[in-house]
Write a protein that binds this ligand. Structure first.
Ligand code: UD1
Ligand code: CA
Length: 474
């Protein structure tokens, strides 16, 4: 918060209405906590409020208030909102009445909705500029189908640009008003000093028995305060979420927009309709991403990285030239995961938190790596587990081998020196160190550390009995 607003302008304070029930979502989760692009709807709005330099962000909560407040309590991108409880919910005007006591007098208040997630930063800056510290500025669109929206009623004028007289809600509109296609988006900007007395004068004498925020338009005209509109064309910015169908539709539109931005930057997507970014994906030059990949949290891909089909990559850094083969799952969670320059991962590999892979490391199919460092050139190509391990350069870790890192109570480390060769189907019981250059024979269960350069074999000695006759059935 406290980011610089535009020059010569009153501070901007944002109120986000998020108290409504969202019955049509048919979900126990409060509507504004449903996710778009991996993030709660209302969190998108708080983030945008921060990006327009809001001094204060007040979220009006009601239905599911404790959950909504808990979800936002730590803030979004550094913006920590205040909360105003609205119980019961008597309309949008009533929502603002609850927020108003928290607002300073010297600001311009921007009213947003927690279920309209994609409102744009530039649009809000323009709207605030329209308010200019002395006018009521309404964000409007020209809707092909205005059903459900408040209509902008203007004084008669051949150009349709007559003075704004009121916003009339669908349920209160007469037939002529219903035909109006210029509609209110639910977003306004107005000096708090002007808004405050209007809020006190709202009543609920209307079709829905609610206190309509939109009635401030009529009050402004009575008071001689200019009402202006800022009309935008981008329906996505003002699209609200009321149903699962709308949420799914908005998700696709949002993903398509992100995919297009990646293409613009030069990322080669096999199909922009088949990628999902639920967080931030930063790509250097010449990145290629095949179909059906999901990126979550903060992911960065270095120059020339190739990601095969059906990969899920979260909270990870993939360095220059690395190749992630199909069906690989990488999730660094909080600790992060890193894949070194020109490494090859997968297909069907799993990298977990704290996987730190150096240059040219190879991790093959059905290999799991957790909280382990693999130095340059190390390879684990098939069916293996490396947990809490430090693996040296050029180590070859055989198929079916595992680190037994957990004794049932504590985790222990396995250290494998440079140039070690671990055969197939070995169990390295931690804590243990395999000395550099050593070899562990296939099928060994190793419980004691080994000397550098040594061969360690720990398994039943092979016995062959000649001319062995198998038992016969009686
Ligand atoms: C509102 C506008 C309408 C506009 C439309 C745009 C009013 C009276 N009408 O209608 O002109 O075209 O938005 O989408 O403002 N909320 C509360 N507390 C309440 C009621 C609502 O916090 O008591 C919140 C809702 O959770 C929602 C937002 O306010 O986030 C809008 O409420 P909603 O009921 O969807 O308003 P609409 O009837 O769609
Ligand atoms: Ca609505």
């Amino acid at each position: 918060m406290n980011r610089t607003p535009q020059d010569n302008q009153e501070p901007v304070d944002v109120v986000i209405m998020a108290a409504g029930k969202g019955t049509r979502m048919k979900s126990s989760l409060p509507k504004v906590l449903h996710r778009l692009g991996g993030r709660a709807l209302v969190a998108h709005v708080v983030d945008t409020a921060g990006r327009v330099g809001a001094r204060q962000v007040v979220v009006v909560t009601g239905h599911g208030a404790t959950d909504v407040e808990a979800a936002l309590a730590q803030g979004v991108a550094g913006v920590v909102p205040q909360f105003a409880r609205q119980v019961p919910q008597l309309g949008t005007g009533h929502a603002l009445q609850q927020a108003a006591p928290l607002l300073a007098d010297d600001g311009i208040v921007v009213v947003l909705s927690g279920d309209v997630p994609l409102i744009g930063e530039a649009t809000l800056r323009d709207l605030v500029a329209q308010s200019a510290g002395r006018r009521l500025a309404l964000l409007t669109i020209e809707a092909d189908d205005p059903t459900g929206y408040g209509r902008i009623v203007r004084a008669p004028d051949p150009e349709g640009e007559g003075e704004i007289q009121a916003i009339v809600e669908e349920k209160d509109a007469n037939e002529a008003q219903r035909a109006i296609r210029e509609v209110y988006t639910g977003v306004m900007a107005v000096p708090t000093q002007l808004l405050r007395p209007w809020l006190a004068r709202l009543d609920n004498r209307n079709a829905q028995g609610e206190f309509y925020l939109t009635d401030v338009v009529g009050l402004a005209t009575v008071d001689g305060v200019p009402v202006v509109t800022h009309r935008i064309d981008d329906l996505l910015e003002v699209a609200g979420v009321n149903t699962p169908v709308q949420l799914a539709g908005l998700e696709r539109a949002f993903q398509r927009r992100q995919a297009d931005a990646l293409l613009e930057q030069g990322v080669r997507l096999a199909d922009p309709a088949r990628i999902d970014v639920r967080g931030s994906l930063v790509c250097e030059a010449d990145v290629e991403i095949d179909v059906n990949c999901i990126f979550e949290g903060a992911v960065s891909l270095g120059a020339g990285v190739r990601v095969g089909a059906n990969c899920v990559i979260a909270n990870a850094r993939i360095d220059t030239g690395a190749v992630i083969h199909p069906f690989t799952h990488i999730d660094g969670e909080k600790a992060g995961a890193t894949v070194g320059v020109a490494a090859r991962i997968g297909p069907f590999a799993r990298l977990r938190p704290g996987a730190r892979l150096g240059a040219e490391v190879h991790i093959g199919n059905f290999v799991e790596v957790k909280n382990s460092t693999l130095a340059a050139g190390a390879k684990a190509n098939h069916l293996a587990y490396l947990g809490d391990a430090t693996v040296g350069e050029r180590v070859n870790y055989g198929a079916g081998s595992i680190t037994a890192n957990y004794d049932g109570a504590n985790k222990h480390r396995t250290v494998i020196g440079d140039d070690v060769h671990v055969g197939s189907n070995c169990v390295l019981v931690a804590p243990i160190t395999i000395g550099a250059g050593g070899t562990v024979g296939g099928g060994s269960t190793v419980t004691k550390s080994t000397e550098p350069g040594s061969l360690t074999v720990s398994r039943g000695r092979q016995v062959s009995i000649p001319d062995w006759k198998r038992p016969k059935k009686k």
